[in-house]
Ligand binder design. Structure first.
Ligand code: ADP
Ligand code: MG
Length: 400
């Protein structure tokens, strides 16, 4: 299946003002960018636009401010971007308004202006038509390269896209293409590894893939929603109580589906969520009182690794345990290594899973590592992404 939306490669941008929605929602530490991978991921689109003589106006959200908040200014992001592009990046004092318009007025071909954090405007998350209109007045063309925000119908992702000729950036196009291929046309057998703590966000993916995957392997805190539902003792393990009923439905669905749902057979326990806590291996799954399950056990990790090695396609979202704590990282590391070594097509998503891959130095071993957590899950589940839907259809762009 080819990508159905118009690509920035086909947009006429020379000498025109191009508003680019990027996903620069990066971690900050001490007022600096702690991890610039999301900024790097947008560079190809920005370079293409600069080479073609576009005047670039960039917008992103950063964190979750309730209004203007100097701690969440885009300023450090603009500095890092300037280093990556090897050019000046001017910083606007606001998201929209007369001062911003004056700065846009001064842009020449290839120049770059970074607008302030879109969430400084309450109209952003409300998808306020007035904010969308004010943004649209700044530019002639809109490009969305923020795949990580494409599942939100906000003013900068959906609202403004309806008011300007709107194109997909290179990253967004690649993300949608890669993830759609895994969803709709995976090389069999498809094996899915799911874990982490945000169980509620991932149940829809389990339900959808039970019908098409031959195995779904569960790890991380997610496993305890299933164990709790099955009446297994979970001790103090982290359980997402909202998803226990849903886990029950999944267990029922799994009983009648071709795909097999695999749950951990052994665990690593700790007293509390801490690297210094007392640690104990459990050959089984019944967690005693006073303990919490913080990783899958070695037998489970090896069994999952063997399934991964035999897969035509592997899809991974969510760590197998509290991998940030070294005593509880082994399960995630074993699974991540197996995915990096697997001969099949390998795709991963989820902020923490991607961080684990980076930490283990395994990112390059995968075929595609998505920059989108929630967006990748919603796409895989089969839901429409408002930020993608709002873009021009390929055909419409062709006849322009
Ligand atoms: P992703 O960002 O990859 O989608 P999630 O956000 O759903 O993953 O979950 C990641 C978090 O889950 C990590 O911070 C990790 O410490 C935590 N986690 C995983 N397994 C456990 C567990 N057994 N107990 C407590 N926390 C866990
Ligand atoms: Mg996460």
């Amino acid at each position: 299946m080819s990508f159905a939306k118009a690509s920035v490669r086909d947009a006429e941008v020379g000498g025109r003002r191009v508003l680019v929605r990027v996903d620069f929602n990066v971690p900050l530490a001490g007022g600096d960018v702690a991890d610039d991978s999301r900024i790097r991921a947008a560079v190809p689109t920005l370079e293409l636009l600069r080479e073609r003589g576009a005047k670039l106006i960039l917008i992103s959200h950063l964190g979750r401010p309730d209004g203007p908040d100097p701690e969440l200014s885009m300023e450090p992001v603009a500095s890092r971007l300037a280093e990556l592009l090897g050019t000046d990046v001017r910083m606007a004092p606001a998201v929209v308004g007369p001062e911003v318009e004056a700065l846009v007025e001064e842009l020449g071909p290839g120049d770059v202006l970074m607008l302030e954090n879109s969430r400084f405007e309450p109209g952003e998350t409300a998808n306020d038509p007035e904010l969308a209109a004010a943004l649209a007045r700044l530019a002639d063309v809109y490009v969305n390269d923020a795949f990580g925000a494409a599942h939100r119908a906000h003013a900068t992702t959906a609202g403004v896209a309806r008011l300007l000729p709107a194109y997909a950036g290179l990253l967004l196009e690649r993300e949608v293409t890669e993830l759609t291929a895994v969803r709709d046309d995976p090389a069999p057998p498809l094996r899915v590894v799911l874990g982490g703590a945000k169980v509620n966000d991932k149940i829809g993916v389990i339900e959808r893939f039970l019908e098409v995957a031959d195995r779904i392997m569960i790890g991380g805190a997610m496993a305890f929603s299933f164990f709790k539902r099955q009446g297994v003792g979970v001790g103090n393990s982290l359980v997402d109580d909202k998803s226990v009923d849903a886990a029950g439905h999944v267990l029922e669905q799994a009983a009648g589906s071709a795909g097999e749902l695999m749950l951990p057979a052994d665990l690593v326990l700790g007293r509390e969520f801490s690297a210094e806590t007392e640690r104990r291996e459990l050959d089984g799954i019944e967690v005693p009182d006073g303990w919490m399950g913080l990783d899958i056990g070695r037998r489970t990790a090896d069994a999952y690794a063997a399934e991964i090695a035999g897969a035509g396609t592997v899809l991974w979202n969510g760590p197998m345990g509290a991998f940030e704590l070294p005593p509880f990282a082994a399960g995630t590391r074993t699974v991540a290594q197996a995915i990096a070594d697997a001969p099949g097509t390998t795709v991963a998503g989820g902020g923490d899973s991607v961080a684990a891959l980076d930490e283990f130095g395994l990112t390059d071993g995968l075929d595609w590592v998505s920059t989108g957590g929630g967006a990748s899950l919603e796409l895989l589940e089969g839901r429409e992404l408002p930020g993608v839907e709002a873009l021009l259809d390929r055909q419409a762009a062709g006849s322009r």
